[in-house]
Design a protein around this ligand. Structure first.
Ligand code: 5AD
Ligand code: SF4
Length: 442
């Protein structure tokens, strides 16, 4: 490292939104003349992209910052960005005085300016736009790490205010990006050789084109028809805004993957009401029935569930278990409720003991494992298309993913192993609850 060279090290936690934010932050830093390095020791600027969705996230951040403190060498600078930065704000400077920049994701569009202030020697640079901004973070400088699957943000922030959730406070107001700009990025990505696009947003299907040109379903269909794009995914959908035209466009456009992630959170209408989800169990199940009625292919369904929300009784929890039996999800992400700062649920009495929450989570996951075992068994003998992600040399298998987003491990008979990023036809010979196993079909 020369004395004048600007270098940075970035560590990222959390969801795909955060991972993709980091790709854009890296791109912006590089555009500002910084070079990314692999170790904290080699870096002049250390950035920590944080998540605050669950557990005691802020404590973990302060713990990690304490380790940074030891690195406090000549001229090293520290920045905390992302959800914990937005949530804790200037309190971070008090607890970790060696930190000189704190910025939430709603401020990243101002990063070049914030970096300039940092370089000029300011020690309290903040970007805490919270819910004030209507603008999105658009940049052509995105440093994509995966050469085959590209993320594209279509909507930022959230206006739903579910009682347990920090996101409306950490990621700001719901704001959509123009559909022309999204399409332009999709075309650019396809020209670069990417074949899979994942459209991202806290609630992708709450998308509202500021130019009024395309609905979410229309945007999906148009992205799906960009030449060179073979797979389009989207995450996350909200039941409130799930409309039948989404299923219709999935029927019409083959590149739209056979998968919908539709978080339910609870199977009890009473708890859903307390969570301010603004739908009932029956209303949710109606959306599921639309997805199940897709004509062209079976669409895999996945969900998020919180167990032990304040006031959840054994009967409420039982409603969640019976919902699993009614829907038969392909995968479930289960979480124990944890109280988060600023959220409405914070004042509700979180009386269920940690061990009872853990016990409920275990019941949920065990039941779901059994359901997945049965669903996946149906795939034995079928041929599925797999996008190759790599090789597992220890097991002599190729690893990849199906359109339904299931991990598929398979063997091949030809001399040369299929290339990463290629698409292979695989006959399924064996199934496990969380993956499929097969052999490539020449
Ligand atoms: N406690 C537990 N789980 C939560 N989630 C969001 N907030 C909380 C919380 N306070 C879960 C929801 C959401 C997923 C991303 O994280 O299930 O869909
Ligand atoms: Fe959180 Fe609800 Fe918004 Fe999802 S929809 S980010 S759970 S407030």
């Amino acid at each position: 490292m020369t004395k004048t060279e600007k270098t940075f090290y970035l560590e990222t936690f959390g969801c795909q939104m955060n991972a993709h934010d980091s790709e854009k932050v890296i791109g912006t830093l590089e555009q500002q003349g910084y070079r990314q390095v692999d170790t904290e020791e080699d870096a002049g600027l250390l950035l920590y992209n944080t998540c605050s969705i669950r557990d005691k996230a802020e404590q973990k951040v302060f713990h990690r910052l304490n380790e940074y403190k030891k690195l406090q060498g000549e001229g090293k600078k520290f920045a905390v960005i992302g959800c914990v930065a937005q949530q804790e704000g200037e309190k971070i400077f008090e607890r970790a005085p060696y930190v000189s920049m704190v910025a939430g994701s709603a401020s990243y569009r101002k990063l070049p300016e914030m970096l300039a202030r940092l370089e000029a020697g300011e020690t309290r640079v903040t970007g805490l736009d919270d819910r004030q901004t209507e603008e999105t973070f658009e940049t052509e400088y995105t440093s994509r790490k995966n050469p085959y699957r590209a993320y594209i943000t279509i909507i930022e922030g959230c206006d739903k205010f579910c009682a347990y959730c920090v996101v409306p406070y950490t990621r700001g107001k719901e704001r959509s990006r123009g559909s022309d700009s999204v399409l332009e990025e999709a075309r650019r990505i396809a020209d670069m050789g990417y074949t899979e696009i994942q459209l991202l947003g806290q609630n992708v299907n709450s998308y509202r084109d500021p130019e009024g040109k395309r609905s979410f379903a229309e945007l999906l269909g148009t992205v799906g028809q960009v030449p060179g794009i073979r797979r389009v995914r989207f995450m996350t959908s909200h039941p409130r805004d799930f409309t039948p035209d989404i299923v219709q466009v999935m029927d019409e456009v083959p590149s739209l993957c056979d998968h919908v992630h539709l978080p339910v959170q609870s199977g009890s209408t009473r708890i859903l009401k307390m969570m301010a989800r603004e739908y009932t169990r029956e209303w949710y199940l109606e959306r599921i029935s639309w997805i199940k009625a897709a004509k062209r292919r079976r669409i895999a369904l996945t969900t998020d569930i919180i167990v032990g929300f304040p006031g959840e009784t054994a009967a409420d929890f039982e409603d969640t278990i019976t919902l699993l039996d009614d829907v038969k999800y392909d995968a479930v992400f289960g979480f124990k409720y944890s109280a988060r700062p600023n959220t409405p649920a914070l004042v509700m009495i979180d009386s269920l003991a940690e061990q009872d929450k853990a016990a409920r989570l275990q019941v949920l996951l065990d039941r779901q494992r059994e359901i997945q075992r049965l669903i996946n068994e149906n795939d034995i003998g079928k041929i599925v298309e797999v996008m190759v992600e790599g090789v597992n040399p220890a097991r002599g298998q190729i690893i990849g993913r199906s359109s339904q987003n299931k991990p598929v491990n398979f063997t091949w008979s030809h001399a040369i192993a299929p290339a990463t990023g290629s698409y292979q036809q695989v006959r399924i010979t064996k199934t496990l609850p969380n993956s499929l196993i097969g052999e490539s079909v020449p």
